[in-house]
Design a protein around this ligand. Structure first.
Ligand code: GLC
Length: 579
């Protein structure tokens, strides 16, 4: 077990290398309540062996940069054995590392070095479905109808006279039918299996206690190795309504089921029979009991696309998960009254159950916020943007707003998630050639939805070198744009006003002033287009209107744009203190 979490480690470890940003790993601190957690998408972070695919050794080598940025923890998207049909969210072995990414020894080194640098490590767990190449699914295919092996997945007879039609009308989140028919061992057309995502991602049957046992084993495997927590993929999808009733989502629902919040509040819409079912909570209570058997503060965070926030808060009741991603915040328009409402509702909904709110603006499934905030309409979640999408993002406006939005997010109490590259102000890559695209969404909708590749392009480290330093060979699994020199980390480091410096300053001040543990006190006297509050003695003002706002007296700690003449221009956030 990692010494970080061991009871006799003296409860804290101070980093021995890197600049002292004050990071300490304190046991019993409930670190997750206020942590800034940095999402690493392993394929696209750093490639150590030059094959164009990022890997665990590459991440280890680059950890000092994250220490320098000042994050408290890293969350690694899946690096497990996988045929990579959904970039690793199709797992063929939950307890091993895919050779593309390295070995378990590489993982151990990464975790040890992160801990030594004062950063926690969260890994992804994908329990809703496995890969079709997982031995469990292969055994199910090889076994007869009604067998124990089939009962681990959701196999059903088809409808229609000869079972030639799918068992119900569910559509895959990635487009197309959510059912695939198999050919039985004797060559006859057979049963159908459910896959809420790609056909290579069969859904596990969480009605089956065997599945519960296996995932408890998986949790323990990684907890024993010393991980500090899990991000739980599709936590809202694991249990399906009895009888698998037909369901047609409303046209404006995002691909993960978002957009239902208002209708649910008005009592008009059904909850999808495959999302947000009551039965999921018993699973998380069970998982919580597993985590609680380990010392240290191991944490569970739910990827749950559930609205409204009062329902999402059920995921983080005291005996369930510790955190849930606040996708309502991510999806809130760049509009002051909407943001104030979401901030208020988030803090009160999560506060009701004693949980911190989380905040997130970007991840590997959505259009990067430096582009999203420069669009009139970003379309449904997961659809992405591409060469033929009407209305290109305004890059200058998008980046300006992204910087203001990030400065606002990082001033809020609770825990914030940062997706790799947003600290560089990276935009979505829109003009990827189709031949390079890998997101199953693109293929399952015959290109109608571009999908998520545009936010997954390998990130730039140094200007003027092959692949911007992502890989030593210049290879990159998705092509990087030719004009990313200025976004490169080393080009921004130490450059006053750069997005990287804005994030570094925000993270340092957030830590020093304990903003993550504070509270929001709204400030009166500002125009409606302004978000203004005080948190832990820091006054935060975001001007989302066109009219410049006169700044109150005080010393400017941070500003997302240059300030002149004591006024706050449009799309700018400032942090002030009176001293
Ligand atoms: C989650 C992941 C996404 C993946 C899907 C299926 O939403 O974030 O990337 O495609 O689950 O596992």
């Amino acid at each position: 077990m990692s010494s970080v979490n061991s009871p006799d480690s003296g409860a804290s470890l101070r980093s021995s290398t890197g600049p002292d940003t004050g990071a300490v790993l304190v046991a019993g601190s409930e670190w997750w309540r206020s942590a800034v957690i940095y999402q690493i998408y392993p394929r696209s972070f750093a490639d150590s062996n030059g094959d164009g695919m990022g890997d665990l050794a590459g991440i280890s080598d680059r950890l000092p940069a994250l220490r320098d940025l000042g994050v408290d923890a890293i969350w690694l998207s899946p690096f497990y054995t996988s045929p990579q049909n959904d970039a690793g969210y199709d797992v063929a072995d939950y307890c091993d590392v895919d050779p593309r990414f390295g070995t378990l020894a590489d993982f151990d080194r990464l975790q040890r070095e992160a801990h030594d640098l004062g950063m926690r490590v969260i890994v992804d767990i994908v329990p809703n479905h496995s890969s079709n190449e997982h031995a469990w699914f292969q055994a199910a295919l090889a076994s007869p109808v009604g067998s124990v092996e089939r009962s681990r997945y959701i196999f059903r007879d088809g409808s229609g006279e000869n079972g030639e039609l799918p068992p119900n009308n569910w559509q895959s989140i990635f487009g197309g039918n959510a059912w695939t028919r198999i050919t039985e061992a004797d060559g006859t057309p057979g049963q159908w299996y459910l896959h809420l995502f790609d056909r290579s991602q069969p859904d596990l049957d969480w009605e089956n206690p065997w599945v519960h046992d296996r995932f408890r084993d998986v949790l323990r495997f990684w907890l024993d190795r010393g991980v500090d927590g899990f991000r739980v993929d599709v936590a809202h999808g694991m249990v399906k309504a009895a009888g698998l009733p037909d369901y047609t989502p409303p046209a404006d629902a995002g691909s993960m089921g978002g957009g239902l919040g208002d209708e649910l509040e008005a009592g008009e819409a059904q909850i999808p029979p495959y999302f947000g079912q009551e039965g999921v909570h018993e699973i998380f209570r069970d998982w919580r009991r597993v985590l609680d058997q380990y010392e240290g503060d191991r944490a569970l965070v739910a990827e749950a696309w559930v609205e409204p926030l009062s329902r999402l808060a059920e995921w983080v009741r005291p005996d369930e998960m510790h955190q849930a991603f606040n996708f309502t915040y991510l999806e809130t328009d760049w509009e002051a009254s909407a943001l104030r409402r979401t901030i208020d509702t988030s803090i009160s909904a999560f506060g009701e159950v004693g949980a911190p709110s989380t905040w997130v603006l970007s991840n590997h499934d959505v259009v990067r916020h430096a582009s999203r905030l420069g669009l009139d309409d970003s379309g449904p979640q997961g659809a992405g943007i591409g060469p033929l999408t009407p209305g290109k993002p305004d890059a200058v406006l998008g980046l300006r707003r992204a910087r203001a939005a990030s400065a606002l997010m990082l001033s809020l109490p609770g825990s914030a998630y940062v997706y790799q590259g947003e600290e560089l102000g990276l935009p979505e890559v829109i003009d990827l050639p189709d031949a390079f695209r890998e997101d199953p969404t693109f293929f399952r909708t015959a290109g109608e939805r571009y999908g998520r590749d545009g936010c997954r392009v390998p990130i730039p480290w140094e200007p003027g070198v092959p692949a911007y330093g992502f890989s030593p060979s210049g290879e990159s699994w998705l092509p990087q744009p030719g004009d990313w020199d200025d976004y490169a980390r080393s080009a921004q480091a130490g450059r006053p006003g750069s997005t990287l410096e804005l994030y570094r300053t925000a993270l340092r001040l957030r830590r020093e002033r304990e903003l993550g543990l504070g509270a929001v006190e709204w400030l009166p006297g500002f125009r409606d287009e302004v978000v203004a509050f005080r948190n832990s003695g820091v006054t935060v003002i975001s001007n989302l209107g066109e009219v410049p706002v006169e700044l109150p007296s005080g010393r400017v700690l941070l500003s997302s744009e240059d300030l002149r003449e004591g006024v706050l221009p449009t799309d700018t956030t400032v942090w002030l203190v009176e001293d």
